[in-house]
Design a protein around this ligand. Structure first.
Ligand code: HEM
Length: 396
């Protein structure tokens, strides 16, 4: 950590949507965890927010949804509802009861042949070149196609490209216009599903035909929110994980052998997700006066939980800035903890596993094609590199 900075002055200015703060945020959070674990700031992009940096405090909040509500809690107030993501029990429980069955590992595995076919097609386009921009030429289109096929039954890739642009905009700089586009997009999918209920089992069918609360169907607002949050959760996260895992392998070539071993899926993937933390931060609102980490928290206070800072808390994960596979780390917060733990986690794991298997069937020896300092990360809700340019050898 660079000691020369005046962290006490700098850290309270942290703005998750300011691209310049990306460069120092991890050092700033490390300072905060030690000296001032709840940062009280009021950046123009979010207004007053209390940023929670320690693992134990983030965990306490995630595991107590009665005291820390998700309703209306996204980092920037969203003018639309966001399904399970911003619901509390009993509504949240009803969302999960309805949607969990179409987000199981078994359900995702039905689509494995499609995933492999998409991956191969994308790799074919660049494998002879000996170089690739891994985010744009593989991870983004691959994840978008899977979501299109599996969740939205969409075959029009131009529409999915539009969805991707809307989601990236909302994640990097949420404003009313971005949310409006997201609402329109979600409304289109919902209207099509209402007009023509899908025959195939899946999220859209569950939303328009399933029972929600007290035997009643969902309102259109609730269903649109579920669609919007699936776009947000599904498009900007796994793509970041795939691109960033490839980046880490280029920086630490010994990792390739680990990822080539199928056991990495069960043993190591969560450790990559911990270090990358594709979801950087989400919010909660205190429902009563309480205390977090010894600091008073007032009813109505907006808290921003830093999953990435919790995941690098040395008191929970020694040597936290490094990958450590043995002994395996437990309790990592990459997919969240508590009742809102990621519904798309099994899908994410399957698609990441298939991606890496297909990539390493064709290429080896990743090397960064630019100096490391040219790799920059997008600000906002997701931790995602802007681009990951790599060179490689072909597997003969
Ligand atoms: C590596 C990939 C992914 C990571 C790291 C990730 C991370 C997370 C995290 C940290 C949360 C907890 C939010 C909170 O507590 O407020 C979450 C929730 C959620 N995720 Fe993911 N996610 C990933 C992939 C996906 C995918 C592929 C989908 C859907 C297709 C998805 C959909 C959702 C939804 C709908 C929620 C809200 C669940 C609830 O509130 O009960 N995620 N995710």
């Amino acid at each position: 950590m660079s000691a020369e900075r005046d962290w006490a002055s700098l850290v309270p200015t942290f703005d998750m949507f300011d691209p310049e703060h990306e460069e120092w945020k991890y050092d700033g959070f490390a300072w905060a965890r030690e000296h001032c674990p709840i940062i009280h700031g009021s950046p123009p992009s979010t207004g007053p927010r209390s940023i929670v940096t320690r693992y134990a405090d983030v965990r306490q909040i995630l595991e107590d949804p009665e005291t820390f509500s998700s309703a209306g809690s996204p980092p920037v107030p969203a003018p639309i509802r966001l399904g399970a993501l911003d619901a509390d029990p009993p509504e949240h429980t009803a969302f999960r009861r309805l949607l969990n069955p179409v987000f199981t590992r078994q359900f995702a595995l039905q689509f494995e042949p499609d995933m492999r076919a998409y991956a191969r097609e994308l790799i074919d386009a660049w494998v002879d070149r000996g170089e690739v921009e891994m985010l744009g030429e593989f991870a983004s289109p691959y994840v978008a196609r899977i979501l299109a096929r599996m969740v939205f039954d969409e075959t029009d890739m131009d529409k999915m490209e539009r969805a991707k642009q809307v989601v990236i905009r909302v994640a990097e700089r949420p404003d009313d216009e971005g949310f409006f586009d997201l609402a329109v997009l979600s409304a289109e999918y919902l209207a099509a599903a209402i007009d023509n209920p899908p025959e195939r089992e899946g999220m859209l069918r569950q939303l328009v035909t399933g029972e929600f609360l007290d035997g009643k169907p969902m309102t259109e607002d609730q269903a649109m929110g579920a669609i919007a949050s699936t776009f947000l959760g599904g498009l900007d996260t796994s793509r970041s994980a795939i691109a960033a895992i490839c980046l880490l392998i280029a920086q630490q070539p010994e990792l390739e052998e680990r990822v080539r071993d199928p056991r990495w899926i069960r043993n190591d993937m969560d450790e990559f997700i911990r270090l990358i933390s594709p979801v950087a931060s989400l919010g909660r609102i205190a429902t009563r006066d309480t205390e977090v980490g010894g600091c008073p928290v007032k009813q109505g206070e907006h808290l921003l939980l830093r999953f990435d800072s919790a995941n690098r808390d040395e008191t929970k994960f020694p040597n936290a800035d490094q990958l450590q596979f043995e002994p395996p780390r437990t309790g990592t917060a990459g997919f969240g903890l508590g009742i809102h733990r990621c519904i798309g986690m099994h899908l994410a794991r399957v698609q990441i596993a298939v991606a890496m298997e297909e990539i390493f069937a064709r290429v080896t020896n990743f090397k960064l094609a630019v100096p490391p300092e040219e790799i920059t990360w997008a600000p906002g809700i997701a931790n995602c590199p802007h681009a990951v340019p790599l060179r490689f050898d072909r597997v003969l």
